[in-house]
Design a protein around this ligand. Structure first.
Ligand SMILES: Nc1ncnc2c1ncn2[C@@H]1O[C@H](COP(=O)(O)OP(=O)(O)OP(=O)(O)O)[C@@H](O)[C@H]1O
Ligand SMILES: [Mg+2]
Length: 375
């Protein structure tokens, strides 16, 4: 699965733009988005994730991503089309009016089109779940009121499936049947990795949280087509403690890989299960807990571990501001890891960065310079 094109009309900074992820018509495995602040890098990644969620055979308002601060990207877009190349056929995921669709002459093409009605539904949902003021006197009655609103709203609008117009989808019969069969099922790691994933690391959420007062949940092995890294659900410390307990073989392989390829001058030494701690040991022999790592080390470790666990042949992984908090030495390190994982797992990785050191790791033609494209 490879993203090859994104066509956008009136979304954020973009009035009309065609972003070509291919080179000489060949899909690219490793792509870097660059451009000044506000040139649309995050917008592109958000849009890709939002359009990819149309692939979910059970798509409903509840499995669209909501951000408390920004209105959902679909509501801020007039038209968008994401072309994905799968087994030499194109699947186009489209939001908006069919008259703007871009047809491809090189490959057979199928379409899933969600029309603009979805926007008003999303907006109403946002008003209920995101925008309700919380500073009124009687908080409890507001909560009950909200619940009532939400329930009524969901009964009427929850399913978006009926609103998807499908064209030529028989081209992707196998893929869609496979998605339908597996979605939300508990799957073993191996099976899950063979299915398509869209995975986004946004730029703010790569940190280790204070989880002292929460329990370790059961491993969430359900298959999801689109996923955003969420430090609450994917907390690094919980993950390591859980893996050590539940999958000792996989844990040992993971730790060996991290200690060899990721951490510099220190390693993950052991899990102190009774005290709920992950112990790091420095090359000088000192020990400390995971939380004492620096923010750059946390960020590096989080990306590396998630890539190791989630990257697969059929996945598209996006990392916004990959260099955030990273010293040039660590920037080189993260690119080494990304390139290595991409080669091993054969996934597509799209990153954005403001760092010259990161750009250097890319072939010139693999850098999409948004400042120039937008002009
Ligand atoms: N409706 C709109 N019309 C015009 N511009 C808009 C609109 N909505 C958002 N923008 C602009 O889009 C930009 C946000 O784009 P985005 O977050 O994708 O940038 P970015 O390339 O990720 O930047 P950074 O490197 O700072 O993260 C902002 O500069 C904002 O002013
Ligand atoms: Mg950004």
């Amino acid at each position: 699965m490879r993203i090859i094109k994104l066509y956008v009309l009136n979304c954020g900074i973009f009035s009309k733009i065609l972003i070509d992820f291919t080179q000489k018509n060949q899909p690219q495995e490793l792509i870097c988005l660059s451009g000044v602040n506000g040139s649309g890098k995050t917008t592109i990644m958000d849009l890709i994730i939002a359009l990819a969620s149309f692939l979910n055979p059970q798509i409903s308002i509840q499995n669209i991503f909501f951000d408390r601060l920004k209105p959902n990207i679909l509501t801020r877009t007039e038209f968008a089309q994401l072309d994905i190349l799968i087994d030499n056929k194109i699947l186009s995921l489209v939001l908006g009016d069919e008259k703007y669709i871009q047809y491809n002459n090189d490959y057979p093409q199928a379409f899933m089109i969600v029309n603009n009605d979805i926007k008003s539904i999303i907006k109403q949902f946002e008003d209920i779940i995101v925008k309700k003021p919380v500073d009124k006197q009687d908080k409890r009655s507001i909560e009950i009121e909200e619940l009532k609103d939400l329930k009524g709203f969901l009964t009427n609008n929850d399913s978006i499936i009926q609103k998807i117009i499908k064209k030529n989808l028989n081209l992707f019969d196998n893929l869609l049947k496979n998605l339908e069969k597996n979605i939300y099922k508990e799957l073993d790691l191996n099976t899950r990795c063979k299915l398509p994933h869209f995975y986004l690391f946004n730029s703010h959420d790569r940190e280790i949280l204070d989880i002292r007062y929460s329990s370790i949940p059961k491993d969430d092995s359900r298959y999801k087509i689109v996923y955003k890294y969420n430090p609450h659900n994917d907390d690094l410390k919980k993950l390591l403690i859980f893996y050590d307990y539940a999958y000792p073989k996989e844990y040992n392989a993971l730790i060996k890989w991290i200690n060899t390829n990721v951490l510099i001058g220190k390693k993950i030494e052991r899990i102190d299960r009774p005290n709920f701690r992950v112990i790091i040991k420095t090359n000088q022999g000192q020990e400390h807990v995971l939380e004492l790592l620096s923010s750059g080390e946390e960020s590096l470790l989080i990306i590396a571990i998630q890539l190791y666990l989630k990257a697969s042949l059929n996945s598209v992984i996006m990392i916004d501001e990959v260099d955030q908090s990273l010293h040039p030495e660590f920037q080189e390190k993260i690119m080494e890891i990304i390139i290595k994982i991409q080669k091993e797992k054969k996934c597509q990785i799209i990153i954005s960065s403001h760092s010259v050191n990161i750009w250097r790791a890319f072939k010139d033609e693999a850098i999409i310079r948004l400042t120039e494209v937008v002009k």
